[in-house]
Design a protein around this ligand. Structure first.
Ligand code: ADP
Ligand code: MG
Length: 632
């Protein structure tokens, strides 16, 4: 591993002087150190996280060992981490009463970088050229050496817990070699002294060190003292049992992880042990953050590895649609030095994500059944994002469809219903779930195609969120009931309540429909007598191959060359206007007026539908018709 030159400094007979061994770092290690010292510029404060986590690991080891074996050096030493700062000397000292290190540990574990990824790391950094983010350093397990970003001399004094151990001092300036010598040390554990670089004096400032601890190591399981002050006072809440956590603690912790000032809408604590082990505390906020749909939105789940902070915007722990969720996931199944790239693809993440997603959906289901107010707030704030998940999260589709909500023609504005509730209210013999897509509630209610449904007490879902037009095509049926737009032309409609008798004769109907077709030409696919209209004179509906008009508008928005399918014009033969037109058209003298009225009806239907493209012509014709109507 390393070449021992065993260069004792005093070849003379003075046996009192300890022997100092000098060891060369291997070439690869030298390159790495060179890069750490000269190329890392951002996030250099993570060195402290690395040292604290090493101390915490060492404390965990001795704690575990002492459960069964108290025959160790200093069995009564407190288990903690102490940091002392000396501005004069420009040093930072970190001491732990952990398991300590033997000579072999110092040479094999500190003296060499074990990770096989190290060479890749070196190559990667060389390639980069520009400033390198120190977060990268975690990638290849060079944790301890990150301290060379801020120190030009590091001394490790250590004594292993084994009763026959000796005190040892390791020393290096990170350039080419390190020394090891025996020292007189009574205490178990490790003391690391960083002689800070001239331009890194900030790390001898208590406020700066405390700030870094609060950011990265707040939940470490052992007390961390800076001078006399215990800094990491926030308990790792997610490690406590549910019954030991008060509402105040929950709220406080939520505010800490979310930067929200309000209490959360709800929380979920998940502890899993098995093929994957993790502890997690998740929160749903009361309000959707303003930037939830923006690119810069920060995912809110903090990732920890055994209480040591790793990253605060872990993406792959939850599906995209759940990005409003804040909280913490802590797993022992990831090494501390996990990189973001590994994070994205680790199977551990996939497993955690599956479990958490299932738990979240179960909780939402419970809310929807037992806590309607809470669920309503959830749907209002996050329903749209949740719905959008339907087009990507296929595994959870069924559970998600149960939880989506819409406004309804039989409910007040703002009230939301589920597809299940709709089915429960379906009329006898009704097979389909009817919906109308519109930009808002008003527009939906004014859609003439709704008249038939209103007249027959048939509930219609008012799909007025922009996302609805994306997801509806993906839900062709729900529990064997087809979802049908009220615009779909071949609705199998029962006859309306009103009687058939007052309608015009068959031959009159045939003639007037032909007249309409002749006037409108290929602007329409067909002209038909309508069953669905009650109060309006005409409406446009979707032809056999066409799509819902709202959906078509959306397509046009996304693709300006999109050609919508032609519509079918349906006319209400019981409407006075149609009756008048039938009568008028029997006399050739009125031919211009009839044609004008037909064009106007068609344009009016386009207008109601939101598709009128020539308002000038519409207004001109309307004025002309009004002139006629007001004559004399
Ligand atoms: P990692 O923590 O990922 O193993 P590091 O470079 O941070 O990598 O540490 C290398 C090794 O050095 C550790 O695994 C541990 O064996 C040893 N070590 C570092 N710091 C301490 C310490 N304070 N107490 C005991 N052992 C330590
Ligand atoms: Mg480490």
């Amino acid at each position: 591993m390393s070449e021992s030159t065993s260069a004792s400094e005093n070849e003379t007979s003075n046996v009192e002087t300890p022997i100092v061994e000098t060891h060369e770092f291997r070439a690869e290690m030298k390159q790495l150190l060179h890069l750490i010292i000269h190329s890392l510029y951002t996030h250099e404060e993570i060195f402290l996280r690395e040292l604290i986590s090493n101390g915490s690991d060492a404390l965990n080891k001795i704690r575990f060992r002492m459960l069964t074996d108290r025959d160790v050096v200093n069995p009564d030493a407190g288990q903690k981490i102490d940091i002392t700062l000396d501005k004069e000397a420009n040093t930072m000292t970190i001491t732990d009463s952990g398991v300590g290190m033997s000579r072999e540990d110092l040479m094999k574990r500190i003296g060499t970088v074990a990770s096989s990824g190290t060479l890749d790391f070196v190559a990667e950094m060389k390639k980069g050229g520009g400033p390198v983010d120190a977060q990268m350093i975690g990638q290849f397990g060079v944790g301890f050496y990150s301290a060379f970003m801020v120190a030009d001399l590091i001394t490790i004094d250590t004594r292993h817990a084994n009763p026959d151990s000796v005190g040892l001092r390791w020393k290096s300036d990170g350039s080419g070699s390190y020394t090891i010598e025996e020292i007189d040390r009574k205490e178990r554990g490790t003391t690391i002294v960083l002689k800070l670089k001239e331009d890194k004096k900030e790390f001898a400032e208590p406020w700066r060190i405390k700030q870094i601890i609060k950011k990265y190591s707040n939940f470490v399981d052992f007390p961390i003292f800076v001078g006399e002050e215990e800094v990491n006072t926030v308990d790792a809440l997610w490690h406590k049992s549910k019954s030991d956590i008060t509402d105040e603690q929950l709220a406080e912790f939520y505010k800490f992880v979310s930067n929200d000032w309000e209490e959360p809408l709800g929380h979920l604590q998940v502890n899993v042990e098995g093929r994957v082990s993790f502890k997690s505390m998740l929160f749903i906020p009361k309000k959707a953050p303003k930037n939830l749909y923006h690119d810069e939105y920060q995912f809110g789940v903090h990732l920890y590895s055994s209480k040591v902070f790793i990253q605060d915007d872990a993406k792959n722990l939850l599906p995209e649609w759940a990005r409003f969720i804040k909280g913490v996931v802590d797993t022992e199944d990831l090494p501390l030095n996990v990189s973001r790239e590994v994070t994205q693809s680790s199977p551990v993440f996939g497993k955690i994500k599956n479990i958490l997603t299932g738990k979240i959906l179960t909780m939402l289901k419970e809310w929807s059944v037992e806590e309607s107010d809470r669920f309503k707030t959830f749907s209002k704030e996050f329903g749209m994002l949740f719905k959008s998940g339907l087009s990507s999260d296929f595994e959870n589709r069924d559970a998600m469809i149960d939880l989506i909500r819409f406004e309804s023609s039989v409910k007040e504005a703002g009230e939301l219903v589920s597809l299940d509730q709709y089915i429960d209210r379906m009329k006898e013999g009704q097979k389909e779930i009817y919906y109308v897509l519109a930009e808002n509630r008003k527009a939906a209610e004014l859609n003439p195609n709704l008249e038939y449904f209103a007249a027959n007490d048939l509930e219609v879902l008012l799909m007025i969120e922009p996302v609805d037009s994306f997801i509806v095509p993906g839900i062709p049926t729900f529990k064997d009931h087809e979802l049908k737009s009220v615009e779909t032309a071949d609705l199998d409609l029962k006859k309306t309540k009103s009687s058939e008798k007052d309608g015009p004769s068959k031959s009159d109907v045939k003639k007037i429909l032909e007249r309409f077709k002749a006037v409108l030409g290929d602007q329409v696919e067909d002209v038909k007598s309508s069953d669905r209209l009650v109060d309006s004179a005409a409406t446009l509906v979707v032809g056999k191959s066409g799509m819902d008009s709202q959906m078509e508008r959306m397509m046009k928005m996304m693709d300006e060359n999109f050609e919508g399918a032609k519509k079918v014009l349906e006319v209400n033969l019981k409407h006075p206007l149609l009756k008048n037109l039938i009568a008028l058209s029997k006399d050739a003298e009125n031919s211009d007026l009839v044609d004008s009225a037909i064009n106007q009806l068609y344009d009016g239907a386009l207008l109601a539908d939101g598709s009128l493209t020539s308002p000038r012509e519409f207004v001109r014709r309307m004025t002309e018709l009004m002139v006629q109507a007001t004559k004399k």
